[in-house]
Ligand binder design. Structure first.
Ligand SMILES: [Ca+2]
Length: 223
């Protein structure tokens, strides 16, 4: 067999595996979406995801989790970009505060509440060393810098680049979803931080719910 023939045969072998064309858009399925507030309870079945803060009173965090099974086996190098898409409704953000997007590092379920982050039920939420009344510990102790930030001041579609966060998952970090939060690191009731309110459409709204959209670089080895 000549070198040319061998090369052609090898090329044939490579081409035999179906390729995922570069630029393919994968949409990760949403598993859970909801909010957990310090005072007003948690909700994972309402039509809105409420991210709010009230001076000296109450504040909330939004929790999202997507199923990355469709990307199983792909390393971070296969990802060109990733975007979190949300539809913002009823935005009140007079101070132009930034929303931080954090990778959650502990397991949780839609049964999660702020109280369960205390000593009420240490076995349920959060788990491991994050057994403390500061729900921000869900994203690590101490709270790291956010993976991404977004400043939203008006209603409408929101697109947040979460490429680094998705790449970390595909490189082996456990996928426990993401947390959206606003404001400084909090112990106890926050002081004079101003007020803010963001309501994003939840999956239960029936339209424009959270979407994680991933654009691939293409991966010939993927079946
Ligand atoms: Ca939900």
């Amino acid at each position: 067999m000549t070198k040319t023939t061998i090369a052609a045969a090898l090329a044939g072998l490579v081409c035999a595996a179906p390729a995922l064309p570069a630029g393919t858009i994968e949409v990760a399925a949403l598993l859970h979406d909801g909010q957990i507030s310090r005072v007003s309870g948690a909700s994972f079945d309402g039509p809105h995801l409420r991210l709010y803060g009230r001076d000296w009173a109450d504040w909330s965090r939004v929790f999202l989790q997507f199923d990355l099974a469709a990307l199983s086996g792909l390393g971070s190098g296969a990802v060109q970009s990733a975007k979190l898409r949300l539809a913002a409704d009823a935005v009140e953000n007079p101070d132009g505060k930034a929303i931080g997007i954090y990778r959650i590092t502990v397991p949780w379920t839609p049964d999660a509440t702020w109280d369960l982050a205390s000593t009420v039920d240490q076995a349920a939420w959060p788990q491991d060393e994050n057994r403390n009344a500061n729900i921000d510990h869900a994203a690590g102790i101490p709270l790291p810098e956010p993976s991404a930030t977004a400043v939203i001041t008006a209603d409408g579609p929101v697109e947040i680049d979460v490429t680094d966060l998705v790449k970390a998952w595909l490189d082996g970090e456990p996928d426990h979803g993401l947390m959206l939060r606003v404001g400084p690191t909090i112990w106890g009731i926050p002081g004079d931080m101003g007020n803010w309110n963001f309501e994003f459409l939840a999956s239960e709204a029936g339209r424009d719910g959270p979407v994680l959209e991933i654009v691939t670089e293409g991966d010939p080895a993927r079946p």
